[in-house]
Write a protein that binds this ligand. Sequence first.
Ligand SMILES: Nc1nc2c(c(=O)[nH]1)N[C@H]1C(S)=C(S)[C@@H](COP(=O)(O)O)O[C@H]1N2
Ligand SMILES: [Mo]
Length: 398
Amino acid sequence: MSTTRQDGAIPDFLRMDDAIGSDPANADKTGNWHGWPTKDLNPVTLMDDEGRTVRIRTPVMDLEGLITPTDLHYTVQHFAVPPVVETDKWELKIHGEVKNELTLNFDQLRRFPGRTVRTVMECSGSDATFFEYFKDEGPKPSRTQECMILSASEWTGVPLAAVLNAAGLSDKSLYVRAVGNDDGVPATAAEGTKPFYYDKGLPMQKALHPDTILAYAQNGQLLEHLHGAPVRLLVPGWSGNWSVKWITDLEITEKMPECWYHYEFYYYGNGVDDPNKELITTLGVKSIITQPNDDVEKMTRGVQMIRGYAWSGAGAISEVDVSTDGGETWNSAHIEAPRHDQFMWVRWSYQWNADRSGDFTLMARAADDVGRVQSREPRYNNMRKNFSAIVGYPVTIE
Ligand SMILES: Nc1nc2c(c(=O)[nH]1)N[C@H]1C(S)=C(S)[C@@H](COP(=O)(O)O)O[C@H]1N2
Ligand SMILES: [Mo]
């Protein structure tokens, strides 16, 4: 980004003779990545040996609005971040059970009509430490201190259905195995597991959903490398691990592909050998309180705003209720517009007239328009995935 310092030569198009705030003493305050410094919002990050950011956790408690700025959007990848592939070197192969195998380069992909989808993205591992907290086996996790594997973006790309239809589907085209450009052996894999590329086998019905896209942009800019550039799969409503980054191959199959992350990692069950193991797909219905954030222990008497986010992987949010007495009684919260993007989260607020001192437990409960209600008890599973239960926030009114 280029910046013109106010003590330098100012080009005409930037000149405003009556401009206020042109004190040269302020010159050093401009040109900061975050703009004019007001409140610093910092994600929790991890760097590799070469000083590159490889992991980001989002300060959800401090976000305003609906879109998570791209530099605050969390990142997860299981293997090492793969090398950068420039858009002009990138190719996507569509093969297997299709009428015509296709290879598309970046320009060819972008000849399909585009689509923009706003969606929440939540990692299956988000809030995992709450499972121990609910069993009284661990302290209350701090979403403020640890930040979250939860964000929301506006993604732009091409519907996967358009590309699949161009390749031609038959009644044997039942799954889309999406393959990323990152390979390795998972730390928890059995001895002797060979390195493989990150892959997921998406059932055709979800693959053909119009909001399932091959995304090349996020929040108005071409994808950042950490988010899967040049092109990633985006599967709104389903757990983050379905949205395969750095995509190179779409293999269309008749049988569900045997992806390691399906049944060794992202599953519900009591263990790898559980005969009733279930693949994790749709996100639950969930709300979190962001104000007061979970560092706040004491508040003063008077009107207190309680705010947060609510989302569901299955339907739009239809109701959010707030309790200040640990779930004994519930009051309807105001869902802030817009509220119609099915896969996007909504913001909600509740004005609490905290007119007496004492100890209170704040809770929020979301419901979606397919009839699901956020649960009081987590759905326990061996891998500690998809925590979505109601959490109580203790506060003291002084
Ligand atoms: N190629 C590839 N895609 C991947 C993964 C990965 O390890 N490799 N991780 C998945 C997981 S677990 C999540 S939660 C999302 C995170 O996407 P983001 O890093 O853009 O937030 O990417 C998914 N796509
Ligand atoms: Mo994830």
